[in-house]
Write a new protein. Sequence first.
Length: 390
Amino acid sequence: MRTQVAIIGAGPSGLLLGQLLHKAGIDAVIIERQSPDYVLGRIRAGVLEQVSIDLLDEAGVGTRMHKEGLVHGGFELLFKGQRHRIDMNELTGGKNVMVYGQTEVTRDLMDARQAAGLPTIYEASQVSVQDFDGKHPVVRFEKNGVSHELQCDFIAGCDGFHGVCRASVPESAITNYEKIYPFGWLGVLADVPPVSHELIYANTERGFALCSMRSETRSRYYLQCPLSDKVEQWSDDAFWTELKNRLDPEAREKLITGPSIEKSIAPLRSFVAEPMRFGQLFLAGDAAHIVPPTGAKGLNLAASDVKYLASAFMEFYAEKSTAGIDSYSERCLRRVWKAERFSWWFTSLMHQFPQAGGFGQKVQEAELDYLIHSRAASQSLAENYVGLPL
Ligand code: APR
Ligand code: PHB
């Protein structure tokens, strides 16, 4: 088997790259370890920056997003028992975000790929990437017990944090930067109307809470929890009670509860691997970097990597230029580190840290007070939240 670009991983990064390459007339095969249902079963964040919206449009998969996605021009910060609106739209000169779940983005990309008859090999096992330091990289894998070999010009490592691509790079060629946070997020998805029409990020002495949504009838809520907590410990009742405890009186009153349709605990991590290119192997999305979910930058960063990578390959095939390929890692990392900084900062501002004590809480409240009263500070928050330019 031969293709131009072998894409490892059919998450949003791999699927979006596949779609953009297809539009440019570049052949790609996607190799995915899991089944389509498994991929669609993962619930992740749901806030798209304009850059990501534009890219999904460019890939030809924006129709349902524009129909069903919710355009948000602001969000609320809750601290010391009161909510304060950050008017992103006004603060950024008219920019918004789109609330549309990553699961839906993935589904739209999968449907488009299937409709175009493009090759995706699901449930591939023993995937390995080889010879990417030379001109003829190879991907080997097994499917239904049969071994296959895929020859290609380039390998795109879109296989997430636990993938095989980054792990195949010699240790001496890569530097990892990592920060682990001493808490997790307990998330609940429920078919109840959202408590507010915009997102609420809450800083409380009991820990962080987030009120988000997937639609006007489906809510997504999160609570900061100790890493030692197990999801089985959290009944729906316990979750709703604790969420109410972290909200302001009006929201507490308005909150509509119901049975959870998904409940999970996710650890929080900041991680960057440098560089993002090793010969003919390119890392994109979670394979190269992770942000804590506060601010929902993960998918947006994946989308901007993919944009840079797709245009690098287009330049290579259309103009025989390696300029885009050669600058890929540096271009991505400049944007990645800014989103890492923002996600770390927003996480640090909103969560309870075990050692921080009363002093830490007071300093957070002072910073939040400054944020809502200083135009410069709220503008900086809004500018980062809607997404920095490419
Ligand atoms: N071989 C083939 N596929 C693999 C392998 C492997 N060895 N290892 C992992 N994969 C697949 C996973 O099963 C998964 O479907 O790669 C895919 C990676 O998808 P994601 O983890 O969703 O990563 P990415 O596409 O970069 O999406 C980034 O996901 O975690 C969120 O916040 C993040 O929103 C961001 C987005
Ligand atoms: C979500 O809806 O899952 C979500 C929204 C905003 C965030 C994080 C997660 O900052």
